[in-house]
Every structure is written in C-alpha cells, then in structure tokens.
Design a protein around this ligand. Structure first.
Ligand SMILES: *[C@@H]1O[C@H](CO)[C@@H](O)[C@H](O)[C@H]1NC(C)=O
Ligand SMILES: *[C@@H]1O[C@H](CO)[C@@H](O)[C@H](O)[C@H]1NC(C)=O
Length: 351
C-alpha cells in the first residue's frame, strides 16, 4: 500500500466516524450497521436451585428470535397482553406465528435468529442489521422447560443522539407471557383465560411458594441472561462502499455499559447508553466479571465394594458463585472405577 492510499483510507475512516454523527436525534439513514449479539445464560443449579430441571427436558433455552424495527413494531411489551405469535413462541418455542418482514407495513427491517442453548448455562451468538429508519431491536428466548416463560428485550434503541451505540450489555430477568397459569417449570399446560399482561417474574411474585422462581429471602432474582451488543460494521449505502471498521475510535469494545433491564424503558432512549466519550470514561470503572471459585477436591472415598469393580468418588464445594458473567462453576463431583475383577476373596469361602 502506498502512503497515498493509506492516507485515502484514513480519510474514508475519518469520514465514516463523522458520518455516524448527524443531526441531534437520528442516525444517518444512508448507513447500514451490523451488530453482533452475544447471549450468555446463567441458569445454573447453584444460582437457581429450586426445582432445577434435570431431565425430560433438562434446563435449556430455545433459539433466539430477533427483529430490528422502527417504532411501529413490537415483539412484546411488558404490561400488555401477548399476541398469538408470542403466546405460541413462549409456550412451545415455535416461531411460525410471529410477524415476519414483508407481512404488511409492520416496520420490521431485519429478522434474525440465534442458535438454541442445550444447557441452562451457555452462550450463543448472532448478528443483525439496523439502519437509520429502523434503529431498535427486540429479542426473545423461551425458558425450557416452562409454562410460558421467556427472557427478552423490547425495542432497545441503538441510535442515540446521532450515534450508533458501540457496545451495550444488559442483564435480563425472566418474563411471564401471561398465557399459561402453570407455576413450575414442568407444570402441565393450563391456559390462562383471559390472557394476563406480560410481566416480570420476581423472587416474590407470583407470591406463591410453589412458584419455581419464588425465593422470598432474596430481594431480587440474580440475572438469568446477559445480552451483549457490539457494533461491528458500518456500510454506507449510496456510495456503494463497504467499510468494515477495524478502527478503535469507532469500535470501542471495552466501553461496555452494564445496564439492568428495567433501566431500559420502552421508546425512551436509555439513560445508561452513553456516547463514545462518556462511555470511554465509564469504561474505566466497569465492574469485572467474577469467576466461580471452588474448594480443592476432597480425597477419594473408599471403594464402594470390597470385591470386584466398584466406584470411588470425590467432591468439592462452591466457595464463591460467579458474578457478572464470570466463568461458571465446574463440576462438583467426580467418580472413578476401583477394585479388581479378580480380587474376590469370597470365591475362596464358597462352601
Ligand atoms: C415503520 O416502517 C414502516 C415500513 O416498514 C412504515 O410504513 C411506518 O410508517 C414506519 N413507522 C414509523 C413510525 O416510522
Ligand atoms: C428511510 O425513510 C425515508 C422516509 O420514509 C425514505 O424516503 C428512505 O428511503 C428510507 N431509507 C432507507 C435506507 O430505508
């Protein structure tokens, strides 16, 4: 590369940075922006011990459904009743009923999915597009097994005072779609007629000891999912140039802003979303993930049989649970074979 082309490249990038900042409230409609969404789930037996589903099916998550859209569309809204599409999704994980792009004037721009997560604790990743006419994103993932419970984000605004948010992390809590009255993860189907409003499930509400998330001694439930958004590319449409940005001025992945889900109200630009400079400052005080810590292994137990092949086991305990998405706890018990198939004195005592 010549010095001249390097300089051109710099100019292009600089233009691009400038172009993100237009007007006061809107983001340039001429830009197509790609976000990466990283989903981390924290549904472990250690953190949510009550009725933790071990099999048929074990704790897991449906695939993620997502839409980027304008303010005409909503996937769900806390305080309103679920539509048929969301009812079906939250009860069965089927997405057929959800409005798709092109079905009328619904304001959906990108329609995307993320892979399901086969365990309670895990992660998945997906990408999606937004543009200046469609600056919001909504996502949902069903809690499996459950009556009609899910986690989701409603109309998260990614354009703020002319900036596309660099990165944003949101800790989500479980939601009840209000279409099934089951109290527990594995409750049989029990339709709620008429439908109730979509609401958060908290440690004390529904206030019933049978409820799977009822932990009255806790002020609030720990986050069960963390959604992390990263701006990864900007494309300028009219000039027909693709500008993948490897530029730290625009891509400040360290500037993660951690927000609680209820700080992000509908149709209101979240106050916790900062512009580049503010978030860079905030980044310094960001709270780090804390990994799970466990004790050393105990010594191996005696063999379970004194003759033939048996099992010995050892265990360890959790000293500190992981927090803020830190490394989850490893396995707490281990077994191994012991004994010998030829080592059976009984043989000699058979009369
Ligand atoms: C949202 O987009 C649709 C087209 O997809 C359009 O008809 C509608 O007017 C838009 N709504 C707003 C509030 O801009
Ligand atoms: C954005 O919306 C305006 C007005 O509705 C429309 O003229 C324009 O073509 C749209 N731009 C894109 C990129 O969709």
């Amino acid at each position: 590369m010549t010095t001249e082309s390097l300089f051109m490249c710099f100019l292009l990038c600089a233009f691009c940075v400038g172009a993100v900042r237009v007007g006061k409230d809107s983001c340039d409609v001429d830009l197509l922006v790609v976000y990466k969404l990283h989903v981390e789930t924290h549904w472990s037996r250690e953190v949510f011990p009550k009725q933790y589903p071990e099999w048929r099916p074990p704790a897991q998550w449906s695939r993620l459904v997502g839409r980027s859209h304008n303010s005409s569309y909503s996937l769900f809204r806390v305080g309103r009743t679920a539509n048929d599409g969301l009812k079906m999704f939250s009860e069965t994980g089927q997405t057929d009923g959800l409005v798709e792009r092109g079905q009328g004037e619904d304001g959906v721009f990108d329609q995307f999915n993320g892979p399901s997560i086969p365990t309670g604790e895990g992660h998945s990743e997906t990408q999606f597009f937004v543009n200046g006419n469609h600056t919001k994103v909504s996502v949902a993932m069903r809690i499996v097994p459950s009556p009609d419970w899910f986690v989701g984000l409603d109309s998260l605004q990614l354009c703020r005072t002319g900036y596309w948010v660099d990165s944003l992390s949101i800790q989500a809590r479980p939601l009840d779609a209000g279409t099934d009255s089951g109290f527990t993860f594995t409750a049989p189907n029990w339709p709620t007629e008429p439908r109730q409003k979509i609401s958060y499930i908290t440690s004390q509400n529904p206030s019933h000891p049978a409820n799977s998330f009822y932990y009255p001694e806790q002020q609030e439930l720990p986050a069960i999912v963390t959604f992390r958004f990263y701006k990864i590319k900007l494309y300028q449409l009219s000039k027909n140039v693709n500008l993948p940005l490897g530029n730290n001025h625009v891509l400040a992945h360290n500037d993660l802003v951690i927000a609680r889900q209820d700080d992000i109200s509908n149709d209101v630009v979240p106050s916790i979303v900062r512009d580049h400079q503010q978030s860079r400052r905030a980044g310094k005080s960001k709270r780090r993930p804390v990994p799970c810590r466990v004790t050393e292994w105990s010594s191996w137990s005696a063999c379970s049989v004194s003759c033939g092949i048996g099992e010995a086991s050892r265990s360890r305990r959790v000293m500190k649970l992981s927090r803020r998405g830190g490394r989850p706890c490893p396995s707490l018990a281990e077994t191994k074979w012991c004994g010998e198939h030829t080592d059976c004195p009984q043989r000699f005592f058979k009369w």
